[in-house]
Design a binder for this molecule. Structure first.
Ligand SMILES: *Cc1c(COP(=O)(O)O)cnc(C)c1O
Length: 431
C-alpha cells in the first residue's frame, strides 16, 4: 500500500505556518476532500511526492510546463544564467531577445513590457487602458480569472470559484462597482452594457479561450463581436492570454481565431516555470507607459535574467517544427478516447478542449459559460479525482480548471490515462 506519511506530516506543519497550508489557494485540496501531496520533484510528465509515489501530471504547474518538468534545455539555461548573476536591476540581452520572440509570435504585440506574474500583467494592462481612455469602468466575464488585483475579483474563476468566494473582502465597493461581469459567450449582454455605460468603459478583458471555469471555448462570432463592439465604442480590447499564449498555438488564441486585440496579457509558458508575465500591444498604447509616457508601472525583478532564460529556452524548444501539431494530436486523442471510455461506462460527461487544454465536466449538458459549468456534479468530480489519484494520475483538484497535456506526455501515458479513467468510471457505475 502506498503511504503518504511524509506529505501528511509536512502539510500539518504547513497548516500552522501558511494560511490553509499553501501559498496559493488552488493548491489546497479542500474541494476534493483530501490534503495535498507534497511534491519533491518532477521529470517529464511525472511528479514524485515526498513519500516516493509517482504520478502522471496533467496540472503542469497550472499551465507553464508545456515541455514537462525539468526539461534539460530549460534546466541548462537556468543554471547558466544563474551562474552569471541572478539580477542586475539594469538592461540585459535576454529580455530583449524574449521581447523579440514574443513580438514575432503574437500578432497583436508591437511593443511589450515584462513583469513577474500574470496578475501584474493584467493589473498593468487595466491601468494602461484607463490611462489611455480616461475612463474607469471595465467589463469582464463570469468565471474568467485575470489575477488577484482588486478590479478583477468580481465573479472570478480559478481558486475564487473552487472555494466559492463570491467576491473578496478587502476589495472596496467603490472599486468593485467599476467592474461589470457578464456571462461568457453572451455578446448581447456586452452590447447592452456598452449602451448603458456609453463612454465610461475603458476596457473589455476576456480569456479568448476560458480556462479558469474549466475549458470553455469562445462561440463562433463571440471574439469577432467583441472586436467590433470595442471598435464602435472606443473601448480597449484586452485578450488575457496568460494560459492560451503559446498554449493553443504559437501565436496564442488570437492567431488561432484571427482576431487582433489592442492589448495582450501573457504569463505562464513564457516563463517556462519561473516567474515571468508580460503585457503589450499597439505601439501608441505601450508608448504611454513610463518612462516613455505618464502611466506608471515598475518592478525590481521584472525581466529577471534567470526567469527570462527559462522562458527563452522553453519558447526556442517549442518553436521546433511540429510541436503544436503534436500537442493538438495528443489533446484530440485524449479527449476523444476519454469520451469513448465514458460512454462505454455510462458516465455522463462533457469534454471541452482546445489544443492541449481540456476539461472533463461531470455533466451531460454542453458547457458554454459559468452557469453551465456550475451544473457539473461536484460529488462525482470528487470521486473521479480521488479515483484517478489512486491510479497515479494527478489532475487539477477542481472541476473548474484545465488539464494540460505537455510535449513530454507519451502515447503510452495517454493510453494509461484513458484506461485508468475507464476503471474509475466503471467502479463509479458499481460494475
Ligand atoms: C494564471 C492566470 C492569471 C494570473 O497569473 P499569475 O501568474 O498567477 O498571477 C491571469 N490570467 C489568467 C487567464 C490566468 O490563467
Amino acid at each position: 500500500m502506498p503511504t503518504f506519511a511524509n506529505s501528511e506530516r509536512i502539510f500539518q506543519t504547513a497548516m500552522q505556518l501558511l494560511p490553509g497550508g499553501v501559498n496559493s489557494p488552488v493548491r489546497a485540496w479542500g474541494a476534493v476532500g483530501l490534503s495535498p501531496r507534497v511534491i519533491a520533484r518532477g521529470e517529464g510528465a511525472r511528479l514524485y511526492d515526498v513519500d516516493g509515489n509517482s504520478y502522471l501530471d496533467y496540472v503542469g504547474s497550472w499551465g507553464p510546463l508545456i515541455l514537462g518538468h525539468a526539461h534539460p534545455r530549460v534546466v541548462a539555461a537556468v543554471q547558466e544564467a544563474a551562474a552569471r548573476g541572478t539580477s542586475f536591476g539594469a538592461p540585459t540581452p535576454g529580455e530583449v531577445e524574449l521581447a523579440q520572440v514574443l513580438l514575432g509570435a503574437v500578432p497583436g504585440l508591437e511593443m511589450v513590457r515584462l513583469v513577474s506574474s500574470g496578475t501584474e500583467a493584467c493589473m498593468s494592462a487595466l491601468r494602461l487602458a484607463r490611462g489611455a481612455t480616461g475612463r474607469g469602468r471595465v467589463i469582464k466575464f463570469d468565471g474568467c480569472y485575470h489575477g488577484h488585483a482588486d478590479s478583477f475579483l468580481v465573479a472570478a474563476g480559478s481558486g475564487v470559484l473552487t472555494h466559492a468566494i463570491p467576491g473578496s473582502p478587502g476589495v472596496p465597493p467603490e472599486i468593485a462597482e467599476l467592474t461589470l461581469s457578464l456571462p461568457y459567450n453572451d455578446l448581447d449582454a456586452v452590447a447592452r452594457a456598452l449602451k448603458t455605460y456609453s463612454g465610461e468603459v475603458a476596457a473589455i478583458f476576456v480569456e479568448p479561450v476560458a480556462g479558469n471555469m474549466g475549458v470553455v471555448p469562445p462561440k463562433p462570432g463571440f471574439l469577432e463581436g467583441l472586436r467590433r463592439l470595442c471598435d464602435q465604442e472606443g473601448v480597449i480590447l484586452v485578450f488575457d492570454e496568460v494560459i492560451t499564449g503559446f498554449r493553443v498555438a504559437w501565436g496564442g488564441a488570437q492567431s488561432l481565431y484571427g482576431i487582433k486585440p489592442d492589448l495582450t496579457c501573457l504569463g505562464k509558458i513564457i516563463g517556462g516555470g519561473l516567474p515571468v508575465g508580460a503585457y503589450g500591444g499597439k505601439r501608441e498604447l505601450m508608448a504611454r507607459m513610463a518612462p516613455s509616457g505618464p502611466v506608471y508601472q515598475a518592478g525590481t525583478l521584472s525581466g529577471n535574467p534567470v526567469a527570462v532564460a527559462a522562458g527563452l529556452a522553453t519558447l526556442e524548444t517549442l518553436v521546433e517544427p511540429d510541436s503544436y501539431d503534436e500537442l493538438e494530436e495528443k489533446g484530440a486523442w485524449l479527449a476523444r478516447e476519454l469520451a469513448a471510455a465514458a460512454a462505454r461506462q455510462g458516465a455522463g460527461v462533457t469534454i471541452n478542449r482546445v489544443g492541449s487544454m481540456l476539461t472533463v465536466f461531470c455533466t451531460k449538458a454542453p458547457v458554454t459559460n459559468l452557469e453551465e459549468a456550475k451544473g457539473s456534479d461536484l460529488r462525482q468530480f470528487q470521486t473521479f479525482f480521488q479515483g484517478m489519484l489512486a491510479e497515479g494520475v494527478y489532475l487539477p483538484c477542481s472541476q473548474f480548471e484545465a488539464w494540460f497535456v505537455s510535449t513530454a506526455h507519451r502515447q503510452e501515458d495517454l493510453e494509461y490515462t484513458v484506461a485508468a479513467a475507464e476503471r474509475v468510471w466503471s467502479r463509479m457505475a458499481g460494475k
